[in-house]
Design a binder for this molecule. Sequence first.
Ligand SMILES: C[S@@+](CC[C@H](N)C(=O)[O-])C[C@H]1O[C@@H](n2cnc3c(N)ncnc32)[C@H](O)[C@@H]1O
Length: 381
Amino acid sequence: MEVQQKTMEGPSIKKVEQFLHMNGGEGETSYAKNSKSQGKVLSMTKPIIEEAILAFYNTTIFPESIGIADLGCSAGPNTLVAVTEIMNAIDIQCRQLDRSSPEFQVYLNDLPGNDFNTVFKSLTPFHEKLHQEKGESFGPCFFAGVPGSFYGRLFPIKSLHFVHSSYSIHWLSQVPPELREDANVVLNKGKIYISKTSPVGVSVAYLTQFQRDFSVFLKSRSKEMVAGGHMVLTLRGRRVGDPSTDESCILWDFIAQALNDLVFEGLIEEKKVDSFNVPYYDPSPEEMKLEIQKEGSFTLSRLEIGVMDPKELLGSGNSIDKHVLDMLLAKGIRSVSEPILKSQFGEGVMGHLYERLGEHIGSTTKGITNVTLVLSLTRNA
Ligand SMILES: C[S@@+](CC[C@H](N)C(=O)[O-])C[C@H]1O[C@@H](n2cnc3c(N)ncnc32)[C@H](O)[C@@H]1O
């Protein structure tokens, strides 16, 4: 892989907070309309959440007030799913043990660019439904939006009993410094994430950034959670040690190919692609276990690996035309990646870029898999 000297363009380095969020609103390319596959993943974690609640009540005196945080809640149909599952599981435990319902303090966290307005608007119908289904004696439930990065402190000390995060912590706090626009050399020419042709320095830079971030994440939560508190984390990951296998990289490779098509067509500058990398990393189970062990505040009680075909996840594969499914997958990827790509390449080329992406997805003979890691952790006493 060629290593080029970079041209310096001044200190226009954007912070991840400024461009990392899902597509807001409820339009065609919004996350709200295109998060079906993440919703299916969420429903798979239900038994793990129930198991964590059971373990909590087996070892803890019933708290009068329970603090729950969903980290990276985004905005859409999935936002309140995990919180509902946690509340349901607590409700079942309380009924079985003939205890009165605790009060709930629910924190919905995401980066400041998240569409919190949509989230807040959904709270009134949510409260009404809760009231109808569970009656007067449940709760009360207090909701708060918490804008900020989960790579740092967000909540008061020992205020949380349950922490949940789905499909969020594979986003890093920043592009690894060696791969940023202001680095001295272009390490990852023509690519935007680790790929089979990237020099080893690229995967080392990504792993180092992941290690820094995940250890800060664990340290922050260790302060915020009570002893015996539980945390369920779901994220994109990989099964193998090698970070450049297709199961990790194929979709970023397709986006890079689509960007290079646009360079060829004269729509974007080559140097813009060469100097761009995504703030994302999908770790292996071993990489996660190692950080948990090093940080030392949590015991890993369960680690599950799910392997899915994202087109199947998008649903009802059988009767849907292949081209429609390819475009649906491209639309799902758009709802997640467009704000990041738009900030680098401009809004004007986005439609064309994702059409190209759909074509690359459609013409591949390789299988596309989606590997999900689910971890259940307990805060040590
Ligand atoms: C794919 S969405 C997942 C949303 C939802 N949890 C679900 O399962 O559908 C990922 C979310 O994580 C948020 N996120 C990424 N990095 C974050 C950080 N450092 N702090 C807080 N939220 C973050 C993004 O803004 C985005 O809304």
